[in-house]
Structure formats: C-alpha cells, structure tokens
Design a protein around this ligand. Structure first.
Ligand code: 13P
Length: 253
C-alpha cells in the first residue's frame, strides 16, 4: 500500500513570520487526519524556524532545491548535509521552474538525486512536458527521457524509496489542470518505466504524485486515480483552508 504524499511547494512565498504562523494553523487544521502523509516545503530562509514548529508532530519538512556537494566554495548554494541537520525529510529536485529559469537539466538533477539519497533525504523528482511537446504528441518521449536521465544509475531499492512528481508544465500556475485520466495515463507510464529500470517491486512501491493547479475542488478525482499517489501543490498550498481541503480529499480518495 502506497501512502499518498501531499506536499506543499511554497515556491518564493512567505517570510519566516508568515511561515511559522501558517504551520501553527495547519497543525490545528490537520489534527486527527490519518492515512496520508503531509509535507511543507518553505523557502530556505524559513526552514529552520518551521522545523522547530513542526518538531514532534507528523507534518514533514522539505526543501525546494539543493546543491549536490557537501560543502565548499559555492556561493549561494545549500548542501544536503545542511538540510538533513535541520530536519528536512524531503527535497524537491528538478522542478520545471528550476529547469526554465535557472538552467537545471536532467544531469544536474541526477547528481542531486544521488547526493540526496546518500544523505538520507527523500528526493521529490519533478518531470513534465511543455505545452508544445504535448500538442506535438511527444509527452511520453519527453517524460521517458527525463525519468531515465534524472534517475540513471539508481538501484531498485533507491527507486522504490523516492517520489516522482508528474507536473505538466502547462498546468503549473495556470489554473489549467490535466484531466484525471490523462494524468493517470502518464503516471502509469512512469511506473512502467520505473519497472524497466528497477524491477516490478520498486515500481509497485514508488510514489508518483501529480502537480499542476491542484485545488480542493479537483483533488478527489485526481487522487482517486490508481497511479496517482498524492499531489505536489503550489498556489493552493499557501492557504491553510485550501491545503487542508486537498489533504482531506486524499483521505477520502
Ligand atoms: P500550482 O499548484 O500553483 O499550479 O503549482 C504546481 C507546482 O509547481 C508544484 O510544484
């Protein structure tokens, strides 16, 4: 049984004060919720304060990026050791905004995934096609390339323990959600690829999320699909009511 993971990617939103206030309210809103896993991924500046606020509870903490080296002269970067020490469990890697604005590619993502695993962090590896690629009928080809290169060289056990997030780029921040059956089709395709790469057992265990304009109103139908094991939520994770609504939809799904 795969436990759904609902992760809030806050992107570049919320100061430390806002972040701490938010998780205080989120803890209250989600008290008593069982059967799903919840994580928040604040900006780097808020991670430590949010970690303290979440300590001892069951909401997990994630970062939105990291570098693959443990320490060194890399101005502006943050290492897996640093994230682990403050209590991060997850790290989002290869988000399409990192690929689009900061020049990340599958090879960088692969190095980051390996470093995260080495330091006991669970990578949430993002893949997704652009609109012109979908319209040209290239979705599976694009996704296959991203998955194979980003996750190259991992063992079946390593693949089993990570999280893949399918986020079609055209659905991110646009209000345009993938149809549940289309998202299901791509998630099932990713699972088949992972079976080829790491064996059937790894593919059975790995969690594959959907992300892109997930809201309380569409979450139940998306999360009810057999190969959608949770959501990576942007905009709707910034408000306690909407994020909690999505978490509750996952409990029902
Ligand atoms: P939105 O939910 O705002 O579309 O963002 C999705 C996303 O990029 C999550 O990583």
């Amino acid at each position: 049984m795969r436990i759904p993971l609902l992760a809030g990617n806050w992107k570049m939103y919320k100061t430390v004060t806002e972040a701490v206030e938010f998780v205080r309210r989120l803890k209250e809103a989600l008290s008593g919720v069982r059967g799903v896993e919840v994580a928040v991924c604040p900006p780097f500046t808020a991670l430590y304060a949010v970690a303290r606020e979440l300590a001892g509870g069951n909401i997990a903490l994630g970062a939105q990026n990291m570098y693959w080296v443990e320490e060194g002269a890399y101005t502006g970067e943050v290492s897996p050791v640093m994230l682990k020490e403050i209590g991060c469990r997850y790290v989002i890697l290869g988000h399409s905004e990192r690929r689009q604005y900061f020049g990340e590619n599958d090879e960088n993502v692969n190095a980051k995934v390996k470093a995260a695993l080495k330091h006991g962090l669970v990578p949430i590896v993002c893949v997704g096609e652009r609109l012109e690629e979908r319209e040209a009928g290239q979705t599976e080809e694009v996704i296959a390339g991203q998955v194979r290169r980003s996750l190259a060289g991992l063992s079946g056990a390593e693949l089993a323990g990570l999280v893949v997030a399918y986020e079609p780029v055209w659905a991110i921040g646009t209000g345009r959600t993938a149809l549940p059956e289309d998202a299901q089709q791509v998630n099932a395709f990713i699972r088949r690829l992972l079976a080829e790469m790491g064996g059937r057992e790894a593919a059975r265990q790995v969690r594959i999320q959907y992300g892109g304009s997930v809201k309380p109103e569409n979450a139940a139908e998306l999360l009810g699909q057999p190969d959608i094991d949770g959501a990576l939520v942007g905009g709707a994770s910034l408000k306690v009511d909407s994020f909690a609504g999505i978490v509750r939809a996952a409990v029902r799904g």
